[in-house]
Design a protein around this ligand. Sequence first.
Ligand SMILES: O=c1ccn([C@@H]2O[C@H](COP(=O)(O)O)[C@@H](O)[C@H]2O)c(=O)[nH]1
Length: 240
Amino acid sequence: MTTHKLNPLIIALDVATGREAFGLVGQINAPDLFVKVGMQLFYSEGPALVHKLREQGIKIFVDLKLHDIPNTVKGAAEALAGMGISMLTVHCAGGRAMLEAVREGVEKGASLDERPLIVGVTQLTSTTEQVMNEEIGIPGSIEKAVLHYACLAQSSGLDGVVCAAKEVPLIKRTCGSSFITVTPGIRPAGSKRHDQARLASPQDALRLGSDFLVVGRAITQAKDPVAAYQAVIKEMNEVV
Ligand SMILES: O=c1ccn([C@@H]2O[C@H](COP(=O)(O)O)[C@@H](O)[C@H]2O)c(=O)[nH]1
């Protein structure tokens, strides 16, 4: 399992083409880059892009948020694990049989010494409590719903969850400190909130115990992505 040696800052490469993606990683040019390839880039460029990024020594999180019947996600997870990636996502809402199938698929597809971390999406960080209650149909607090999914993910053999930074302490207290938390919705001071609802600054996310911070547009759409990346790293390094 690739738990250690991974940069805690994950850059979400939400761009349309491989050209743009390689432009960004080339500019940032950090030795230990950890990038997230999401639906837009994966669906346009496919596994070839993942292989090219790997050839440059870049660690990859493929964020396709699998959600289908167990047999289908098992096959998808096997294929993804075979690409030598470091992390992948599945929706906890698919239930235990689906989550266990992802774990089985990953174990089948991964090389013996290294398998990707499997993290379950709890409630998207763009979702408010009101939307979850009234549109998605889950009653109660968002913290309770997120914790429920975190416990389900853990007992189904996942390595961790995707959640908002504010939910990390409750998850760590309940599931233990080694249960991984990946937190998007990260906004350095002064950046736009865009479509995110449950936000935190890089420093707050680290202080709350988040293991991996996902930062997309605050870096990739900055006038100077290199300066934006370095500013986030500096902010993170200031947390003792
Ligand atoms: O709950 C979730 C799960 C995944 N994401 C992904 O993270 C990045 C965030 O990008 P920003 O530009 O920093 O908002 C994006 O790729 C999402 O697909 C998420 O935001 N929330």
